[in-house]
Design a protein around this ligand. Structure first.
Ligand code: ZN
Length: 277
């Protein structure tokens, strides 16, 4: 699996998305490589904290909707749900099966990793990239990081893991969805989405320093503290809210497919999304 690198730095497992030539666009191969790396870190008794990083200039440009290794029609060994394979299914049946497993299900699975996770974000963190950062417990960003969820341009009300109102507050969530514009690390920090903003050159050392402090705490205490906050977020509606919005998300995909000859992305790809900005 070269889509993801796995390294041990003392008590910290460094998991690095490794498709820098595509700004770490997330295809299914990378998704399952990430899952394998997280599983290895959970199983390793010497690891107390997991850091998630992106190789190269950018954390992640989002879901792979245009690289030559796009693999939406490939079967993988499914992990997050007991549901049939999307490959061989049609229309909304296929889209629902795939996105429930690969996007929403995997993100929920990773949010519940029992060890603390820290995202180290530089450069672009766009759409599906936000999902990867948001499932981590803490986020450290370089001062060059920028964020956006522009999928309303596709007629879709936000990415599949719809945490926007919980991580940004409803007012800001609406602004970033309605405009689709980029926001900076400093804005994201002000809005409470980030824990630290650090110089680009210090991103790894600052992430490891924070991870090192956390790694000194007792493992079970950390796992319970994580569960406590996650349960509180779920009681604030995160989990059930996401379930209800997932239906709207799939209404949008189905609408796009209905009016544009089967294209659930409404004729948009990574290039056109960038060019409309
Ligand atoms: Zn979708």
């Amino acid at each position: 699996m070269n889509e993801v690198r796995y390294e041990r730095r003392g008590p910290v497992a460094m998991v690095t998305m490794n498709r820098p030539q595509y700004r770490n666009a997330q295809n299914s191969a990378m998704t399952y490589a990430l899952d394998a790396a997280f599983t290895r870190a959970v199983d390793d008794d010497e690891v107390n904290v997991i850091a998630l990083a992106g190789a190269g200039e950018h954390f992640s440009a989002g879901h792979d909707i245009g690289s030559p290794e796009r693999d939406v029609d490939v079967s993988f060994d499914r992990k997050s749900l007991l549901w049939w394979d999307h490959v061989g299914a049609e229309g909304g049946d296929a889209r629902f099966a795939r996105e429930a497993e690969v996007y929403l299900g995997m993100c929920r699975r990773w949010r519940e990793i029992p060890k603390p996770t820290i995202a180290a974000v530089q450069g672009a963190c766009i759409a599906g990239g936000l999902m990867l950062a948001w499932v981590c417990d803490l986020i450290v960003a370089a001062d060059d990081a920028f964020f956006a969820d522009p999928v309303v341009r596709m007629g879709i009300p936000g990415v599949e893991y719809f945490a926007h109102p919980w991580v940004l507050g409803p007012r800001v969530a609406k602004e970033i969805l309605f405009t689709g514009e980029r926001f900076t690390a400093h804005q994201a920090k002000e809005w409470g989405m980030l824990n630290r903003v650090v110089p680009r050159a210090d991103l790894e050392s600052e992430t490891l320093a924070l991870a090192g402090k956390i790694a000194a705490m007792p493992r079970f205490g950390l796992a319970l503290a994580k569960k406590a906050v996650n349960q509180a977020e779920d009681l604030m509606g995160l989990r059930s809210g996401m379930d209800s919005v997932f239906g709207l998300h799939h209404l949008a995909h189905a609408h796009n497919a209905e009016v544009s000859g089967g294209d659930s992305l409404g004729g948009q790809n990574a290039r056109s999304m960038r060019d409309t900005r």
